[in-house]
Design a protein around this ligand. Sequence first.
Ligand SMILES: *[C@@H]1O[C@H](CO)[C@@H](O)[C@H](O)[C@H]1NC(C)=O
Ligand SMILES: *[C@@H]1O[C@H](CO)[C@@H](O)[C@H](O)[C@H]1NC(C)=O
Ligand SMILES: *[C@@H]1O[C@H](CO)[C@@H](O)[C@H](O)[C@H]1NC(C)=O
Length: 452
Amino acid sequence: MLSLYFFIGLWCLARSDTQEACPAFTKLSFHSALLGTDLHVKLFLYTRKNMTCPEVINSTALGDLDVTKRTTFIVHGYRPMGSVPGWLGDLVKSLLSVEDMNVIVVDWNRGATTVVYHHASSKTRNVAQILTKFIDQILAEGASLEDIYIIGVSLGAHIAGFVGKMFDGELGRITGLDPAGPLFNGKPPKDRLDSGDAQFVDIIHSDTDALGYKEPLGNIDFYPNGGMDQPGCPKSIFGGLKSYLKCDHQRAVFLYLASLRENCNITTYPCGSYWDYRNGMCINCGPELKEPCPLMGYYADQWKVYLGRKDTPTTTAFFDTAAKRPYCLYHYFVDIISWNKDVRRGFITIKLKDKAGITTESKIDHQPIAFQKYHEVNLLARFDRDLDEVAAISLIFSTGRLIGSKHMLRILQMKLRSIDHPNRPPLCRYDFILTESRETTFQPIPCRNVQM
Ligand SMILES: *[C@@H]1O[C@H](CO)[C@@H](O)[C@H](O)[C@H]1NC(C)=O
Ligand SMILES: *[C@@H]1O[C@H](CO)[C@@H](O)[C@H](O)[C@H]1NC(C)=O
Ligand SMILES: *[C@@H]1O[C@H](CO)[C@@H](O)[C@H](O)[C@H]1NC(C)=O
């Protein structure tokens, strides 16, 4: 009996210990998801004072919140399993490491956790009301609307939109990370996130064919890898059910996170369609055009100044990524002028090598290109490494034919120019022959100023 009391005593001690430690995001189980949960919103404030341990705040107790600084809210989405979002801690730390601000995690796990998606989505307006009341309070304490930034993930993106509407679009910024599609697709602007909901609304669409919203909704809408299927995510259910369901959808969060913590920025290309981007038709951020290409993620708002000049309120921007961190790819334009008598159709693979022997390869998987005498073709090549000084270039011309004699492709001029570093001098090579399916390697030379 005594030992039982002893153990209960220990248990109480252990319990009070955990209560002393950091307040934590609500952790629920699948059991709660089956029963469904009533809405309960908690706000956790993180500052640079303590990046791992938050304060629980509310509209009457603002804690260490500094109204003179930017306040960033992170609003999660639907939680079908009740778990804590795995990326939350990283996002908080990364935001605080780039800027001294207030980061508020909006925990509405009680409400978001249910196996019935529409029960969660029906609570989004209530969450927005609670946040609006809180923001009213910090405004009364001296914060400015301009400094309020909401990052909303999935359903959280629409919550951000509903909050933004209550402030007539005067909030500083909203970022929607793959805004939820189901029950929101096709809805009018008043019933979803919209470009009018803040001074600047940027969106990353990573799963437009399943859980994400299909159409553009922001001032600028980024479509990584076309917005549907993300590299490195399972293509079928056999890659693991959970991962199959959410990998594409979550990629938007990981790309945003990459914009804060990787040492490469993801440059994007405003374009009418992904197809046009892939075919090199939208690289309009070269040295001759003064407007820089927009960056995806945290720094996207630097592009805000160019929005005013746009005829259309929405810009769609495309880019490809690698399958894993740091996700960046480096873009080059490859201009080729051939002089074969007959038209040759095929594909070009390019390898680059620097002095240290580091190589990177680009398979340009566009439509087969027609090489015609004296016609210049412009290809967009993407490499996963950025080589400062290219010492050797290898080209392979392939046609996909399995039989027949090997075709030759006679090249008058090949020019390689970095799009991400327009100041680097372009590299050229003149008058050489490519034999089908055989690798041809050469040293690039500075380009001459030839006019065709
Ligand atoms: C953050 O707060 C926790 C709990 O109060 C404390 O244990 C930890 O040392 C703090 N960290 C910093 C860097 O102050
Ligand atoms: C706000 O937080 C304070 C301190 O944690 C608490 O005493 C108070 O009851 C809370 N108010 C509301 C309205 O929840
Ligand atoms: C990314 O872009 C931002 C904003 O222009 C800049 O401050 C930062 O240094 C860049 N990071 C890298 C690694 O180039």
